[in-house]
Design a protein around this ligand. Structure first.
Ligand code: PB1
Length: 322
C-alpha cells in the first residue's frame, strides 16, 4: 500500500521503463499486405489508403526490396485480375498477377516469406467470396474453387496460403488439396474469426471487391459474438490451420485475447484498411501524432495476444523501430 508502493518509481527513467516493458514490437512480427495487378511499370496510389499502391509485378519486386531494407520479411499478396466472371476463375490461373508475383518474388528474394490471400471476391463479377446460386452464396461448391486457387499459389511457390472467404470446411478442403498436389509443406494461415466489418471499406475500393448485391453477413461473423470466435478457431485448427487470425484487430482486441488464452497457438491479427485509413486521416488533420499512434496501435494488438500483425503500417513501423 501507498506510501510503501509507488509504481511511479519504475517509470522514472527511460532505462527503467524499458527494463520492465512487457510487450515488444519487432518488424519480424509484421506482415506487409500488397496489391498486385498486371502490366509493367504500374504504381498507382489507392486513394483511400495513402501510401499503398496497385503494383505491377516489376514494381512490386522494387517495393518488396525497399521493404526488406526496412526490415520486412513477410508479405501478403492480393490480386487485381484483368477480368472477372461468375466463378472467379482468374483466382486459379497460373498466369494471373498473384501467381506471377509469387514466382518473381521468390526468385528475387528466396528468404522472403510469401503469403497469398485465397478468396474469390476480387475475382467474381458479383463481388462475393463464393459461388452464387439463386441469390445466395453457396458453401460447398465454393470449396473446390478455393482449393484450386490455393494449389495454384503453392505451385507458384507460396510459403503460406491465407483463406479469407469464411466458407465452412475450407481449411480442410485446402489442406487436402495441397497435400494431394505434393505441397504438404505449404502452411495455412486461416482467417478464422473474420467479422462482417465496416472497417474493410477502403480495401474494397482498392480491390474492387464490393459485393454487387447484399452484404457478407451470411458468411462473415456478427461483430457481437466472441464465443463463436472460439468455435470458428477450434474448427479451423481441427481442419489443419497452422496459424489462425482474428480480423479486424482494433475493435476485436478482446477476441484476440480470448483466442490466445484458449488455444495457445500462433495467432495473427489483421490491422485492416479502415483502421489504417482512420489513423492516417486523423494524423493528416493534425488531430493525432501519426508515429506515436502507429506504434501504440501495434503495441496494443501484440499486448492483446497476437504474435503476428498484418498491417499497412508495416514499413513505417519497422523504420520507427530501428
Ligand atoms: O484491410 C482490409 O480491409 C482487408 C479486407 C479483407 C482482406 N482479406 C476482405 C474484406 C472483405 O470482406 O471485403 C477481403 C475478403 N476476401
Amino acid at each position: 500500500m501507498f506510501p510503501l508502493a509507488r509504481p511511479r518509481r519504475l517509470r522514472r527513467t527511460a532505462v527503467l521503463r524499458e527494463m520492465v516493458r512487457e510487450t515488444a514490437l519487432d518488424p519480424g512480427d509484421f506482415i506487409y499486405p500488397l496489391f498486385v495487378r498486371s502490366g509493367h511499370g504500374v504504381r498507382s496510389e489507392i486513394s483511400a489508403m495513402p501510401g499503398n499502391y496497385h503494383l505491377s509485378v516489376d514494381r512490386l519486386v522494387e517495393e518488396v526490396g525497399a521493404a526488406a531494407g526496412d526490415g520486412i520479411r513477410s508479405v501478403l499478396l492480393f490480386g487485381i485480375p484483368d477480368r472477372k466472371d461468375e466463378e472467379g476463375s482468374e483466382a486459379w490461373s497460373d498466369e494471373a498477377p498473384v501467381q506471377a508475383a509469387v514466382r518473381a518474388l521468390k526468385k528475387a528474394f528466396p528468404d522472403l516469406c510469401v503469403i497469398t490471400d485465397v478468396c474469390l471476391c476480387e475475382y467474381t463479377s458479383h463481388g462475393h467470396c463464393g459461388v452464387v446460386q439463386e441469390g445466395e452464396v453457396q458453401n460447398d461448391p465454393t470449396l473446390d474453387l478455393l482449393a484450386r486457387a490455393a494449389v495454384s499459389h503453392a505451385r507458384a511457390g507460396a510459403d503460406l496460403v491465407a483463406p479469407s472467404d469464411m466458407m465452412d470446411g475450407r481449411v480442410g478442403a485446402i489442406r487436402e488439396a495441397l497435400d494431394d498436389a505434393g505441397h504438404s509443406n505449404v502452411a495455412i494461415l486461416s482467417y478464422a474469426a473474420k467479422y462482417a466489418s465496416a472497417f474493410y471499406g477502403p480495401f474494397r475500393e482498392a480491390a474492387g471487391s464490393t459485393p454487387q448485391f447484399g452484404d457478407r453477413r451470411s458468411y462473415q461473423m456478427d461483430p457481437a459474438n466472441s464465443d463463436e470466435a472460439l468455435v470458428e478457431v477450434g474448427l479451423d485448427l481441427e481442419e489443419g490451420a497452422d496459424i489462425v487470425m482474428v480480423k479486424p484487430a482494433l475493435a476485436y482486441l478482446d477476441v484476440i485475447r480470448r483466442v490466445k488464452d484458449t488455444y495457445r497457438v500462433p495467432l495473427a491479427a489483421y490491422n485492416v484498411s479502415g483502421e489504417f485509413a482512420m489513423l492516417v486521416a486523423a494524423a493528416e488533420r493534425g488531430w493525432i501524432e501519426r508515429e506515436r499512434t502507429i506504434l501504440e496501435v501495434l503495441t496494443s494488438i501484440r499486448r492483446a495476444g497476437a504474435d503476428i500483425i498484418l498491417t499497412y503500417h508495416a514499413r513505417e513501423a519497422a523504420r520507427l523501430l530501428r
